[in-house]
Design a protein around this ligand. Sequence first.
Ligand code: GH3
Ligand code: MG
Ligand code: MG
Ligand code: MG
Length: 339
Amino acid sequence: MSGISPYSLSKKPPVILVADDDKTIRMLLREAMEKEGYRVVEVTDGKQCLDAYEAVKPDIVLLDAMMPVMDGFTCCKQLLQIARNNLITALANLDTDSGLGSTVISRLWERTPILMITSLNDAESVDRAFEAGATDYITKPIHWAVLRQRLRRLLQQAQVYKQLEAANMALQHLANVDGLTGLANRRRFDNYLNTQWINLVQKDAPLSLILCDIDYFKFYNDQYGHPAGDICLQRVGAVLSYKAQKHQDLVARYGGEEFAVIMPYTHAKGAIYVAHAIQTSVRDLQITHDKSDVSQHITLSMGVATITPTWESSPSDLIAAADKALYKAKESGRNRICQ
Ligand code: GH3
Ligand code: MG
Ligand code: MG
Ligand code: MG
């Protein structure tokens, strides 16, 4: 049975990386794979396979066991190490509180299955292959129908892993991002502050927090309507993101019309500097606010606090200090920055 390949019409056929030192086998595999609509990349030993894996990013690896330079078992272990490292790097960019548990991490590399095809059919070799991390194992001479079906199954499974991963990313996004402004939400703020707290206790480095509150925002809504209020929040949020630019800064929507900027490794002086930059940029937005008592435009009151985290203190101390400073800014006339 051959029929029309399920991939013949699709733009991106699955890529199969074939590592085998036997030229005839490679040719036969290529023929069979191409009939299925797959794209085939051939290499002749384990070392080449590692290089090609990074360059080609295959959907499946077909790995011979006995090859010169580097055998299939060693190659298999190293492929998994590469896949795992790539995944860990990707997750590191999402931060430690991304919600992906270690179980998920340890399974996700299976999105690139490794199928060992070998003439070794003794029990010990089978054990070695699976212990090296092979997803599946078939012996030579190749039973072509079995290979075809195994590949289809493995590709389907890999696809499911990819979809799960994408769904997980989307969920993480929804759980951590404020829908109106696109900034980090309160949950993300809390997690990030806790994570950085622990980090900075160990580093003995300072942590600053700016709390910003829009002045007379209730009047703004009353005067211009809630939808205009929403747009105002988005514009102010965008200014904050733009001004708190350091890689480790986090800008969050802390509450209704309150924003927060977490600034790890930042002394009071740096935080005050950023607060002033935010104040200036918000003023430059020139968002008309007739009912404000301090200006004809939207303004912010800001409280800035800095602490060097210790095990004896806690993030709530920093929040309390910034909150107190914000209260002072409100009490002393608004549209100002207090410490
Ligand atoms: P102050 O200068 O003392 O901060 O006065 P204020 O009016 O800004 O403070 P108050 O806390 O009394 O009012 C906050 C307002 O923010 C009330 C609420 O309707 C508005 N608000 C909160 N969340 C949203 C939102 O998502 N969209 C809009 N448009 N308004 C919001
Ligand atoms: Mg061989
Ligand atoms: Mg408020
Ligand atoms: Mg307010």
